[in-house]
Design a protein around this ligand. Sequence first.
Ligand code: AMP
Length: 283
Amino acid sequence: MKVVKSIKEIKDILVSEREAGRTIGFVPTMGALHAGHISLVEQSVKDNDVTVVSIFVNPTQFNDKSDLLTYPRTLGQDCQLLEPVGCEYIFAPSEEEMYPQPDTRVFQLGRVAEVMEGAHRPGHFNGVAQVVSKLFDIVKPDNAYFGEKDFQQIAVIRAMVEQLHLPVHIIDCPILREPDGLAMSSRNIRLTPGQRQKASLIACTLKESTTFVPEKSIQEVIRFVIDTINHEPEMEVEYFQIVDGNTLEAITDWSDTAYPIGCITVFCGKVRLIDNIKYPSVK
Ligand code: AMP
């Protein structure tokens, strides 16, 4: 496994790999890797001849300065996790390498980028599109792997790939969870032990809420989820919406879509956690 910091070097390496007829799988990350990230890498290793993992804490997608400053950076540990699973290349550029000049591109990716995270984190998806489009241009992967934990992000990436006609397959991978149900996240290590214990309430409540379909209305399920979580001190729901999993538009009746998804973000103390759940289809 080789750690590469320069764009030119990784491009040259991957030109040779392609010339040798090898397929390239790519897993973009911001590091502080956990088993959730590793599951994406394992899928890529299965599907492709060569796997590239990028580790780059992308400043343009952080709308909150302190979140960027406190984001965990653990490159040494990340390398140790990646070595045994068969990742060939880690691309870990500096900020200057990725953005020698400010990236002023503005993407228009439609409604999927405007709702939920788009509304609560202004500029976030534009920053994601900036960095992922640059990374795709550098790596030119056949397949790129994204986690369903960031459900909306996958829809945004697909919209970007379609708009720019990029020759890459986007592959979504299931959410990996801790034994108590909490979705694995690099931000979990910022929770205090007390907050960490409480954080499992998010996944438990979402799971319980799926048992209410279709007897309870969408509004009742939303109320249940928000009230149950907000009742716990230090926990505050930022938003919870039940949407069509394809369009990400809010639904008002279970029969509105065959693919209902509940998307939530919760502040647990100062740490912003994100999760989602598929509801049974009644259509
Ligand atoms: P991040 O480093 O947070 O930008 O995440 C990099 C990739 O890993 C994204 O595609 C995430 O959706 C994915 N990911 C993060 N956490 C999980 C998880 N618990 N299960 C599956 N994929 C995940």
